[in-house]
Design a protein around this ligand. Structure first.
Ligand code: ADP
Ligand code: MG
Length: 695
């Protein structure tokens, strides 16, 4: 890959690109003519008309043309040069804070200038600060722009002027360049009436002057849609391609195990919901195959994903293989460990636990049990995939709460899971409910099962939004809930991205609450406690020895204590909707009415108000996700913003979602009938990003 890029750099032959410019371009990831053509404008300006100075309005970006009347060099202040520019209709000032000598030579009274910039209201009247300008001489008239002017993402050393010049050269060179070819088969493009690639590129770099700029900014033109289509297609194909490749590897077929699972099910105090039965059936069918399963189970908080995972793991154990389940936090992994021991040890199975906190002799013993196959079901954090962990015969990996891990890690686990000559089956579980079309795009490399039903007998959680100034009322409610034998969570939120400060805040809150609620037994749990201390506190809360549990957001995922029926969340305005939904999902698991109290600090922004209102209005995770998407965008919601895994050059999964069905259809045709275009399409649009697809 890298090697390829380098050879590209050397073959970058374009008028105007010398060594220095090539270096600057490389910083923008531009190494070839094609890269340059796919470096698309971030926005556009209309420079096609010269405005009379009298008609200028502050805030507008305009072109004016006039003659310099006076030039002054103020003796104090930051301004180095102030020109008075006049046309037939009025006067405009041009203000410069630094002036190169060649500019000082040309900015003289009598010079005719065409200037482009935003108009501001200055001390002396309307002005432009550091406008772009051109000198107009009678023998060298400069034609006015006849198309809209592109503004490119730039970098130091490369001006907009230079980028325009380079893209102009590139657009001219493109016409005769065989490397810039139409990749998508015509038969797929024609029915959508998309223009040819070269026409589309010409258009987005130099749009005709009559196209409304807002329409361009929203990517509503056909040429833009054509590029979006191609990018979405490349993305989709890469994920499907990964899936195909993974699923053609060798796996371990696991035969059905009625005995173990029915033993477990008769011992449980509940019956599976229809949705759970459907999903486990889908999983069992996958496990029978001699290729690795790659299945995502999506189900709202509390929909009962754990039992699904356990039933799948039993199928591995029944075939004399091991199964491992990985959770994103220590706390959750420990909880799974407790649940599994309770459920599975009566069946005569051996359950092990491994995290980075397990050290010394205990670790050595656990590693040995995993290596010699004595441990049949292994729970843990991502420590399960460290170098020193060797499995005897791992046949199934369950990844819980995968939204906390991200696409990249998803692929990484897959690679690390590789055993001697086969891949274990993979079951991935997530509670982030995302709209179906988005799920199909984001998780296209997986088969998806959805648990769309909650276990019966749940009463919806009543949510109130309360100013933190009314804390006393909240305390009184906690008192009465505890008097009735209920248990309460009190979540101290992120104060900063500092675990230390969060723990301090939680500790302080615990002390405060203890003085205000003298008769109540209060526990504290946070991310910096030792594993065994956390486990002890959690067990005490689970067994009802503690009434109130003060916690940082470590309890966000998965913790299950059905008798807890009040959830207080401080500074709720700082948390994302899906995080609030996850936290709230900790209550409402029993049969009594549950409450969620969202405390906020004044003043609340409009957006924050709107978001908290969503929490009050609905408990449906899918609806919340949809609203969250609309308010924050997919990168935030899926937690991929920082990693840039969902960053497209022109596409936007939400804005362009109506195009997805066509994209999916085209992708299937390509994978079936035109495999030769897969590679070039991924190369063009995903570049380095497709690396993770190699896994
Ligand atoms: P999540 O999908 O959030 O991981 P869990 O697996 O933790 O949910 O299940 C939440 C609670 O519901 C647990 O106490 C679990 O034992 C219980 N549960 C799971 N399935 C059912 C069911 N079919 N009927 C009743 N309770 C169930
Ligand atoms: Mg769970």
């Amino acid at each position: 890959m890298r090697h390829k890029k380098e050879s590209k750099t050397s073959s970058f032959r374009l008028r105007g690109v010398g060594k220095q410019i090539a270096k600057h371009l490389a910083r923008l990831e531009i190494h070839s003519l094609e890269d340059l053509l796919f470096h698309l404008p971030a926005r556009y300006q209309d420079r096609t008309q010269i405005q009379p100075i009298r008609t200028l309005i502050p805030g507008n970006e305009v072109v004016v043309e006039g003659v310099i009347h006076t030039v002054s060099t103020p003796s104090h202040g930051r301004t180095k040069l102030l020109c008075e520019l006049k046309d037939d209709t009025g006067t405009l000032y041009l203000r410069f804070f630094h002036v190169f000598s060649f500019q000082a030579d040309t900015l003289k009274p009598g010079t005719r200038l065409r200037c482009y910039s935003e108009v501001r209201l200055g001390q002396k009247g309307l002005e432009m600060v550091h406008p772009e300008f051109q000198i107009i001489t009678p023998h060298r008239p400069i034609p006015i722009e006849h198309h809209l002017t592109p503004i490119y993402p730039a970098t130091e050393g490369l001006s907009q002027y230079m980028l325009r010049k380079l893209t102009s050269n590139a657009l001219a060179a493109m016409q005769n360049d065989p490397s810039l070819r139409e990749i998508i088969p015509t038969a797929l493009l024609q029915p959508l009436s998309f223009p040819a690639l070269k026409d589309a590129l010409q258009f987005v770099h130099r749009p005709p002057r009559d196209i409304p700029i807002p329409q361009l900014m929203e990517n509503q033109t056909l040429p833009q849609k054509r590029l979006i289509f191609e990018e979405l297609l490349a993305h989709r194909i890469s994920l499907l391609h990964i899936k195909q490749r993974f699923q053609s590897q060798a796996g371990v077929p696991l035969l059905a195990q009625e005995k173990l699972s029915s033993q477990l099910l008769t011992q449980l105090p509940f019956q599976l919901t229809q949705a759970q039965v459907r999903v486990i059936t889908e999983i069992r069918t996958d496990l029978l195959r001699p290729h690795p399963m790659l299945r995502l189970v999506q189900g709202d908080v509390g929909s009962g994903k754990t039992i699904i995972a356990v039933l799948a793991m039993l199928q591995a154990v029944g075939n004399n293989c091991q199964a491992a389940m990985m959770a994103p936090t220590e706390l959750l992994a420990e909880q799974h460990y407790r649940v599994m021991k309770k459920w599975l040890e009566p069946l005569g199975l051996t359950v092990a636990f491994l995290s980075s906190q397990i050290k010394g002799r205990e670790r050595t013993a656990t590693l040995k049990a995993i290596r010699n196959g004595e441990a049949q079901i292994i729970l843990g954090t991502h420590a399960l995939f460290q170098e020193d962990v060797q499995f005897a015969n791992l046949a199934l990996v369950v990844v819980d709460e995968q939204h906390r891990f991200g696409v990249h890690q998803r692929a990484l686990f897959r690679a690390k899971g590789m055993q001697a000559d086969y891949y274990p089956h993979q079951l991935i579980m997530t509670a982030t409910p995302i709209p179906r079309t988005l799920a199909m795009s984001f998780y296209a490399d997986l088969d998806v099962s959805i648990i769309d039903e909650l276990p019966p007998g749940r009463t919806p959680v009543m949510t109130s939004v309360i100013a933190s100034s009314r804390r006393e009322e909240v305390i009184a409610r906690i008192q009465s809930a505890c008097n009735e034998g209920r248990q309460v969570y009190w979540v101290c939120p992120l104060i900063e991205e500092s675990e230390v400060l969060n723990c301090q805040a939680a500790t302080q809150t615990t002390e405060q609450l203890q003085t205000l609620l003298p008769g109540i037994k209060i526990g504290l749990i946070h991310g910096r406690m030792r594993a065994e201390d956390k486990e002890a506190v959690m067990r005490a809360f689970q067994q009802g020895e503690l009434h109130l549990l003060v916690a940082t957001t470590v309890i966000e995922v998965g913790v299950d204590v059905p008798n807890a029926s009040v959830m207080v969340i401080e500074n709720a305005e700082r948390l994302g909707l899906s995080q609030l939904h996850q936290l709230r999902g900790r209550v409402g698991r029993g049969e009594v009415a549950s409450y969620c109290l969202l405390l906020y600090q004044h003043p609340l922004s409009e957006l924050a108000k709107e978001r908290l209102a969503v929490m009050r209005e609905t408990t449906d995770g899918f609806q919340i996700a949809q609203r969250d998407l609309a308010l924050r965008g997919p990168g935030e919601v899926l937690g991929t913003k920082q990693t840039g895994e969902l960053s497209f050059r022109v596409a936007d999964l939400i804005r362009d979602s109506e195009m997805l069905p066509q994209v999916h259809q085209a992708a299937e045709v390509i994978l079936r009938d035109h495999v030769e275009v897969i590679e070039p399409l991924m190369e063009r649009w995903l570049g380095e990003g497709k690396e993770y697809g190699k896994v």
